[in-house]
Design a protein around this ligand. Structure first.
Ligand code: ATP
Length: 499
């Protein structure tokens, strides 16, 4: 992760928010290349799921909504994570991210160890258990270290489990619920009646506008409403770069279906469509997996939920959740608002509250997955034909921040410079293209490789004679000569896809 984080900072993809003031934990800024990549991801999603389908329409709801929205949805009462405080270090942890083990030597408990959830936590706990045995001078055989989640600790154990921050016992509190919604006040008054929340998900805006959209658009069940927008969660432990932050963006769809529809079949179709989309933006299929939530872990109203997971640098983790939520949300809002939200089905000739399938995806997590998949180190020949290590971001041309870079081979030949400039001007009308005339050509290629520009176009002496340019492929470094017309066809095909 630190390699990707370093590259993101160095090349202007992502910075820590308010960095000159020391940063603000859980908040990030997307720099010049980051904003391009992020916009391209969002645009690709919108194109494929909204413009590319007849059964989905878009929405852009407000971030701050009536506080009753969040009462009805259950977020005020229940959108919380269990947290644990360390009274000594003043650090706060998510209880379900702390693991502990009773350390036993020859059947006798000699103490406890604790670790934070991590790929290497078992090995770390074993190391700590050996250390404890040595410190206590215990003789005999150390029994296998069996990790348990802090949520499973018995009340008598809270004082015995050492803090993962200090290693001292007696400083951790029992788990307590912590609501993740950010609060604010609307208007001039600062009392209870003025409290409002920054939305913790975009989905509720869709449910609240369901009736409006039915009344004003020609939608017919089954149909979906899609929304892209910011969401805010006061996460207890924002971690792993942009994987878990406090301000992030979501791309969510509520797909409304009849209560009699074959939801299992539709759920499967949605999982497949979403996986296909990830592959279309460059995530290798072999890095994606499915995590089916067991029945006992589902919310009481949910019929099923499958996460699409991805091999992030810190392990196989949720990228997208695809839940079947029944009619829970519309029922809640209908009851709380006292407005009839039923839909009249012309085929069935009756009214009902539709059920939903909810594919819910984080833009920032998709960004991190794209970065992870694209990051490659390889060796290519340099200007002198010697093998040289290079870092290359193998973005799909569809979402690459810059689509191509145009290079005049030499700087001091005005005809070459002007010709290159004119090709650049022509291409930039359509795509985000870069012009670079400074430095050795090999170095210029390398700079573009590191930021994932898929195509390099070089204008040289031969261009002045026959009008052809060379087109370099980022991944293979192969160069082919072609006319400018052929170049435009080639780029259109690779970037925008076949029409
Ligand atoms: P997690 O279990 O990782 O906290 P979640 O199950 O609470 O996630 P959902 O409420 O289902 O997440 O949100 C849908 C999607 O929004 C997630 O799959 C993820 O892509 C994204 N997401 C959720 N929380 C965050 C966050 N704090 N930072 C970045 N993206 C997030």
């Amino acid at each position: 992760m630190s390699i990707i984080e370093g590259l993101c900072k160095r090349r202007g993809f992502i910075y820590r928010s308010s960095e000159i003031y020391g940063g603000l934990n859980g908040f990030f800024d997307y720099g010049p290349l980051g904003v391009e990549l992020k916009n391209n991801i969002k645009q690709a999603w919108w194109n494929d799921f909204v413009h590319g389908r007849d059964d989905i329409v878009g929405l852009d709801a407000s971030i701050i909504m009536h506080p009753n929205v969040w009462r009805a949805s259950g977020h005020v009462a229940g959108f919380s994570d269990p947290m644990v405080d360390c009274k000594e270090s003043k650090l706060r942890f998510r209880a379900d991210q702390i693991y502990f083990a009773e350390v036993k030597v020859d059947g006798h408990t000699i103490g406890y160890v604790s670790v934070l959830e991590d790929e290497g936590m078992q090995a770390e706990a074993e190391k700590k258990a050996h250390e404890l045995k040595r410190k206590k001078g215990a003789q005999g055989e150390l029994e296998p270290v069996v990790l348990k989640n802090y949520m499973e600790a018995k009340p008598g154990e809270y004082d015995l489990i050492p803090s993962p921050a200090t290693g001292n016992t007696g400083t951790l509190t029992p788990p307590r619920d912590f609501n993740l919604m950010f609060q604010t006040y609307v208007g001039a008054m600062r009392d209870e009646t003025a409290i409002a929340y920054l939305r913790p998900e975009t989905a509720q805006g869709i449910f609240v506008d369901f009736k409006n959209i039915c009344d004003t658009s020609r939608v017919k069940v089954p149909f979906g409403i899609a929304q892209i927008g910011k969401a805010f969660r006061n996460e207890i432990t924002p971690r792993n770069f942009i994987f878990r932050s406090r301000e992030f963006e979501q791309m969510e769809i509520e797909y409304f279906i009849s209560p009699e529809a074959d939801w299992k079949k539709l759920h499967r179709e949605w999982i497949d469509a979403c996986k296909k989309w990830f592959v279309s933006i460059g995530l290798p299929e072999c890095e994606l997996a499915e995590d089916v939530h067991p029945k006992e872990k589902l919310a009481h109203y949910a019929k099923a939920c499958t996460d699409i997971t991805f091999h992030f640098p810190h392990g196989l983790q949720e990228l997208q959740g695809i839940a079947v939520r029944g009619d829970f949300d519309l029922t809640q809002h209908q009851n709380a608002s006292n407005k009839n939200l039923e839909y009249f089905d012309e085929n069935l000739k009756r009214k009902y509250l539709p059920h939903v399938i909810e594919p819910s995806l984080g833009v920032d997590r998709t960004f991190l997955a794209v970065m992870t998949a694209a990051y490659t180190e390889d060796e290519v020949p340099n200007d002198k034909g010697q093998p040289e290590k290079r870092v290359v971001l193998k973005f799909s041309p569809r979402i690459a921040p810059l689509k191509a870079a145009v290079f005049p081979l030499v700087k001091n030949k005005p005809e070459i410079f002007e010709k290159a400039k004119s090709i650049y001007e022509r291409l930039r009308r359509r795509w985000n293209v870069f012009f670079d005339a400074s430095g050795a050509i090999g170095r210029r290629y390398r700079r573009q490789d590191e930021i994932g520009t898929p195509f390099g176009i070089t204008v040289d002496f031969q261009t002045l004679e026959d009008g052809t340019v060379t087109l370099r492929d980022r991944d293979t470094t192969q160069q082919v000569r072609m006319s400018v017309e052929e170049l435009i066809w080639h780029l259109t095909d690779k970037i925008d896809g076949k029409i």
